[in-house]
Design a protein around this ligand. Sequence first.
Ligand code: ADP
Ligand code: YYY
Length: 343
Amino acid sequence: MAAEPAFARRFDVRLELLLHAFGGGVHLGAAQDLALGRTNGGAAGREGDCCEDEGDEARGSGEHRPDLSRRNLAAARPRGSGVDRRSTLVSAARLVYPPVRMGLLIVIDGPAGAGKSTVARRVAQHFGLPVLDTGAIYRTLALAARERGIAWSDEPGLVALAASLPIRFEAASEAGGPRVLYDGRDVTQAIRTPEISEGSSQVSALPAVRASLLEIQRRLSRDGCVAEGRDLGTVVFPDAAHKFFLTASDAVRAARRQAELEGAALADVLRDLNRRDERDRSRATAPMTRAADAVLVDSSDLDADAVVAAIVSAVSSRLSGPGGPPAGRLTGRPKAPSFPPLA
Ligand SMILES: Nc1ncnc2c1ncn2[C@@H]1O[C@H](COP(=O)(O)OP(=O)(O)O)[C@@H](O)[C@H]1O
Ligand SMILES: Nc1ccn([C@H]2C[C@H](O)[C@@H](COP(=O)(O)OP(=O)(O)O)O2)c(=O)n1
């Protein structure tokens, strides 16, 4: 058909624009220098949008899709095209953009190497939400302090640094995984070294540092996200409806971390991991601990697919059922491709 190429071109251009519009970070008023990227494939991020908190009732209640139906479709629809073309466009666009749950907040806490980042990213993709990697904020603060000669024990110095920390989270795209930018510089790898892991644990043990980063985390999550860290279910988002505590045995977590660190000896990785866990769980302020209403997920014998399926299933059934299943422990067949909703 003669019209097809023109239509296809317009469609592509429109999707490009939408990707651009929804893929960008969301700048936030007071936290001017912090921005959160939306996972690619998700949507509904509006540049500069900093709407009022819709409250707990709104969290997880409304399913939204990007505005593909009115203005955008009108612009994308070729002249003279009818309902068929329009519905084709809607269907095709839905393949690109999954349903988005505005205001849905899912929190995943747990120790190092439990799989939080991996799982958070994929759960976020499923629901079309951005990821808030709170550990990356502490890690970037530790890196920035190191570069500026501020000691990891210098609480006032770190608080001053945290007050204007120029971090930006960039969503995953075809070009690569999610990136963390510090002052415009890609520090995604630089903040993952064993040295910065240790520094992030040290700076995060300081109460004033935690306090200075608390509001920023809440503001970044305002429109909904999958947030991962240590104290999200207990301190940062105590009212979150969907809380998970993801863990695995020390040996499994150390082996996973070792696989990421070229040439590292397992014994060294295990020692560092144990030391960091111990500090993170024994500190006086906001220690790493499972919230009473968080669902425990032990991934020692589960692959990432199974963990993602379990969390998606638990969240989905809570969203669809009145009250949903109670908090508890997720179990299932090890390494299973599918997973029962809850034990
Ligand atoms: N359930 C799992 N089974 C096997 N490997 C996993 C699982 N979850 C995560 N991993 C791998 O373990 C490593 C650490 O996971 P990561 O998501 O970075 O953990 P965390 O964010 O909790 O520190 C990654 O290389 C990841 O691919
Ligand atoms: N919400 C959070 C997130 C991280 N932290 C601290 C404690 C952790 O040792 C460091 C680094 O966290 P991160 O989640 O990046 O660490 P892992 O990827 O799990 O190894 O930051 C925290 O105290 N509170």
